[in-house]
Design a protein. Structure first.
Length: 419
């Protein structure tokens, strides 16, 4: 019989539950960056991503997702959660859990993360993670949470499902911002769930996965403008103020301000179908404002294509958090349009709180001024390097925690010696 102590020198197989293959390829950027850094650790032999929606490749996102969201939103919060719960439980039990069982075969440990996974919208992640953790416990696999965002508010049912999922099952928890840390500790304060430690979102390291292009002087500067559908913003915040007319007016004003300042504009999305549909509708309304100054970045179906597009801009403006995080990774000027606390949190944590602001006409002039400032001065190199070192260090710590937990589990499962 092999000695469990030999696990300390073995290399392990790690499964990562995430939403890697989401149509919003910002989620894929998180997964690609985390996998690349985990793979650098001597204790890890192989990493398997397990998409919580059952996808196995990029480009397999749910078709007509916008229609589904619109229908759910009309139901109201309580009925919407009840309907979603019934549908999700059936999907999870009959389709997803059999897939997860196969993927977990031969694995030594599990990571949950990253992304905004600890949120209760439609009970999607609470139901799925609850079921996933039942499979993890059945195999007695060490598990930790890494790089997640945590919603400020959870419904009682969502909080219960998460607590049931995580109780007695986690070796450590690393969350991506101070607000998420406070929310985790508030939602899950009990002896058998670890308190949260802080880490950086893994996507700040995307420039190691997709190296930046060789610098080349450009005139005029190109600003990437990242669009998110009003329906998506409202759906995830339960905020009805994100209507298309208001946003259309903002985008038109921003386009005029950027063109007047001498910038070229490259319109893009993070890949979600509903965002692309909204951009289709928006382009005729804004393209007449200095028509020769506008371009549209092709629909990104892979995180590497989004990363390259952002790396080729001089600055960006976007609601999407991971468009801004990728811009940070490539030291590009970036303005975050606020709609969720996670956007504000990232800018505050990176020392640029003034660059996160609502999408209003009054903010067009400040946005243009801040873009000019940061393009001309550049983002501070020392801060960028320090943050990336910290991000790598925390992932190394997580890998070490997993290695220690695997060794401990092997030791605990060793039969008692016969006297």
């Amino acid at each position: 019989m092999s000695d469990p102590r030999s696990h300390s020198s073995r290399r392990h197989r790690i499964a990562v539950f995430n939403v890697k293959y989401s149509a919003n390829v910002g989620d894929g950027a998180i997964a690609e960056s985390l996998e690349a850094e985990l793979a650098r650790h001597d204790s890890i032999e192989h990493i398997t991503s397990i998409d919580l929606a059952g996808r196995s490749a990029y480009g397999q996102g749910l078709r007509h997702r916008g229609t589904v969201m619109a229908v759910l939103q009309r139901l109201g919060p309580n009925l919407r959660e009840a309907v979603s719960s019934v549908l999700l439980r059936a999907l999870t039990e009959f389709r997803l859990r059999p897939l997860w069982r196969k993927c977990l075969d031969g694995q030594n440990a599990v990571v949950i993360g990253g992304g905004q996974l600890i949120q209760g919208t439609d009970l999607n992640f609470p139901v799925k993670l609850n079921a996933a953790m039942r499979e993890v416990r059945r195999r007695k696999l060490p598990c930790l949470v890494y790089g997640v965002g945590v919603a400020h508010t959870l419904s009682p049912q969502a909080a219960h499902l998460f607590r049931q999922a995580f109780a007695g099952s986690l070796s450590a928890v690393f969350v991506r911002d101070a607000e998420s840390q406070a929310s985790w500790d508030r939602h899950f304060t009990q002896p058998d769930i670890p308190r949260a430690k802080l880490c950086w979102d893994p996507a700040v390291l995307m420039d190691a996965v997709v190296p930046p292009p060789s610098p080349a002087p450009r005139s005029p500067y190109r600003i990437g403008v990242g669009v998110a559908a009003p329906l998506v913003l409202a759906h995830h915040t339960l905020d009805q103020h994100f209507d298309a007319n208001t946003l259309d007016d903002f985008w038109a004003s921003l386009a005029a301000g950027l063109v007047e300042a001498g910038f070229d504009i490259a319109w893009f999305t993070n890949g979600a179908e509903e965002d692309e549909i909204y951009l289709d509708q928006l382009m005729p309304k804004v393209g007449g404002i200095g028509a020769s100054k506008h371009a549209r970045i092709p629909h990104p179906t892979h995180p590497r294509s989004l990363a390259r597009s952002i790396a080729e801009c001089d600055g960006i403006v976007s609601h999407r958090l991971h468009a801004n995080i990728l811009a940070f990774a490539y030291r590009k000027a970036h303005i975050g349009l606020t709609w969720d606390a996670k956007v504000t949190s990232f800018f505050r944590a990176t020392g640029r709180a003034e660059c996160a602001m609502p999408a209003t006409r009054d903010n067009v002039a400040p946005i243009v001024a801040l873009l000019k400032r940061d393009i001309e001065n550049g983002l501070p190199l020392a801060m960028h390097e320090r943050l990336q070192v910290e991000a790598r260090t925390m992932i190394e710590q997580a890998a070490a925690v997993l290695n220690d937990a695997i060794v401990a589990e092997a030791s605990d499962s060793r039969p008692a010696s016969q006297g």
